[in-house]
Ligand binder design. Structure first.
Ligand SMILES: [Zn+2]
Length: 599
């Protein structure tokens, strides 16, 4: 990106503050690069006396590449965007942009790259980012290096060296997927012990329900030959012995889960910034905390008050913690951003996951239950009467509701609870979003239209879990997974999400799955539910903004909205849809300030 003239010292000092405030290496490196770029720009600007006094009000013009506004039903392009005081001042032709920008403006030449509104996270678990930023990514390709025990050990070694982790300190990693290991060669403690004889190593399983530990970590948590596996737990033993071999799952994993590192008071700001930089590097300027517990909200609020937020965060207090949260954060304080934090509404979880066979269906799983049960349909999280009460509470409080529903049986229960709460009232607006909505039936979609309920889908499952869904639910039902195209045809504005950190923060990968519905084996799942690249972009920009009632300020490039923008190396509407996942985020801009630049 070419930066020309008039770079304000103000901007430089803000980025240098980041540099000083954080010990996170990746973040430091990034800030160093941004800092150097800005310092160079400032040097070029040496003749400008009193720059800091006057530059505050100078505008910036972006031009020289495809600028997708995301306004309208089909792609609209602008020649230039003018940004001033954190907001978009003008979108349109370059000549008019020059006039509108006024004297002393700065020009940013996109050099053929593509500018569009930044991405909005429609559902995920932001609080995880604070710890994940300090952990090693071991997702299988294409999201990480984890396709063999050897590759995992090598990635961990590199990570420990880069982070300069001292002897004895615990090394944490995430994303281990045993389904992706070479046949008969699952990760065990021996693979990890050679490289890490003295550091406990915890390699988190992709399900978030377990981990593989090395010997030092097994010792630290007391898993030994005498350890008695609790009911509902899994402790894999070395063949022919009673020695734990590394993998610990479910109830046996709970002590490890409970000991997950939490930042100290001094680390909260630093970890918050590092976590938010994961979003910024993915082109996201609004993160979702999709099941917020009271202690997590306290942490987020403290970091917010300490001005740690680089991006926006929307939290949805979890159904279990509502009482304690409303005591500190009364409902009339919800729904508005303060220092980039907003309490968005209530989160209810009504069932589990289809791949874990805990999503609740009206018809049995073809493969039985998780413990071999016959005629297994899954189970809702709570009985209908309890769900009715919770949904009614959200309606009575007049706050937005997001509700986790995966199986069609749960969606039937939700429809009942919704109708029960609302009765015949069709006049009061009520913002409700179903999260995942993966196995909604076609005959359930008219309810969403009539009641203006928004489905948020999870198209990445086509890639990650199509084989399991086909086996468990049959080809026809699997192919109708996250039916985004039918929803759009009916006039709905669905959103799409990664459910971070169940899957990585990668909005272009997500877009690739919505547009192509690819399976891991190279096929297509439910070809008729593929959406256009423009529709996919809407589901992660303007329609996601609508989900948070932020469409007046976010989601498109329009005069008056916040200057929240992302620059991509290529135009996602013009490339071969098959390469969408390979597009790169070049720069992320939050309220006119560059918060991330690719190295
Ligand atoms: Zn979730």
């Amino acid at each position: 990106m070419a930066l020309k003239s008039h770079f304000s010292k103000n901007r430089l000092s803000i980025n240098c503050t980041y540099l000083l405030n954080t010990a996170n290496m990746k973040f430091k490196k990034l800030c160093l690069i941004v800092g150097i770029a800005l310092a160079v720009a400032a040097c070029n600007d040496a003749n400008q006396k009193n720059a800091s006094k006057t530059d505050v009000n100078h505008a910036t013009i972006y031009y020289g590449g495809d600028i997708i506004t995301m306004e309208g039903d089909s792609a609209q392009y602008a020649e230039a965007v003018v940004v001033k005081d954190g907001k978009i001042l003008f979108v349109g032709g370059k000549d008019e942009a020059m006039k509108q920008a006024g004297e002393g403006h700065q020009m940013v030449d996109l050099q053929g790259k593509t500018l569009l509104p930044s991405f909005i996270d429609a559902h995920g678990h932001y609080i995880s980012s604070l710890t994940v930023a300090n952990q090693c990514n071991l997702y299988p390709p294409p999201n990480g290096p984890g396709n063999s025990p050897e590759a995992i050990a090598a990635a961990l070694k590199k990570f420990a060296e880069e982070k300069k982790i001292p002897q004895g300190e615990t090394i944490q990693a995430y994303g281990y997927d045993d389904n992706m290991m070479p046949k008969g060669n699952l990760l065990n403690r021996d693979h990890l012990d050679a490289a890490f004889p003295n550091n406990p190593v915890i390699v988190g399983h992709v399900s978030m329900h377990g981990a593989v530990l090395n010997s030092a970590a097994l010792k630290k948590f007391g898993y030994d030959e005498k350890y008695v596996t609790p009911p509902g737990g899994i402790v894999v033993r070395k063949p022919g012995t009673k020695e734990p071999y590394g993998l610990i799952m479910e109830t046996a994993y709970l002590p490890i889960f409970a000991a997950q590192p939490k930042p100290t008071a001094a680390q909260e700001v630093e970890w918050t910034k590092a976590g938010q930089m994961l979003y910024a590097s993915a082109g996201i300027t609004l993160a979702h905390e999709g099941a917020t517990h009271a202690t997590d909200l306290d942490l987020i609020k403290r970091a917010t008050d300490a001005d740690a937020n680089v991006i926006d965060v929307v939290v949805h207090p979890f159904m279990t913690d509502l009482d304690s949260i409303v005591k500190k954060f009364p409902v009339n304080s919800w729904g508005k951003f303060e220092k980039r934090l907003k309490i968005g509404g209530i989160k209810i979880t009504a069932d589990g996951s289809p791949q874990g066979k805990t999503a609740y269906f009206t018809t049995p799983y073809l493969t039985g239950g998780p413990s071999g049960e016959k005629n297994w349909k899954g189970e809702p999280t709570m009985p209908q009467a309890d769900l009715d009460k919770l949904v009614k509470l959200a309606y009575t409080w007049k706050v937005p509701l997001i509700i986790h529903t995966n199986g069609d049986g749960t969606i039937d229960m939700f429809i009942k609870a919704y109708n029960n709460a609302r009765g015949a009232d069709t006049t009061t607006p009520w913002n409700v979003t179903t999260i995942h909505t993966q196995f909604v039936r076609k005959d359930q979609l008219p309810f969403f239209v009539n009641r203006k309920v928004r489905p948020s889908f999870y198209t990445e499952h086509a890639f990650y879990f199509s084989d399991a869904h086909r086996k468990n639910r049959g080809e026809k039902q699997a192919a109708y997974l996250s039916p985004m195209k039918d929803a759009i045809k009916l006039g709905l504005h669905p959103t799409n999400h990664t459910d971070f950190y169940v899957s990585p923060l990668d909005q272009l990968f997500m877009m690739w799955t919505a547009v192509n519905r690819p399976t891991r084996s190279g096929g297509v799942l439910g070809a008729d539910q593929r959406v256009t690249p423009y529709e996919a972009l809407k589901s992660q920009t303007i329609w996601a903004a609508e989900q948070y009632e932020e469409q007046e300020d976010r989601g498109t490039l329009k005069a008056g909205k916040l200057a929240d923008m992302v620059i991509l190396d290529k135009n996602p509407l013009k490339v071969d849809p098959q390469i969408l996942k390979d597009l790169k985020v070049v720069e992320t801009i939050k309220e006119g300030k560059s918060i991330y630049k690719a190295q």
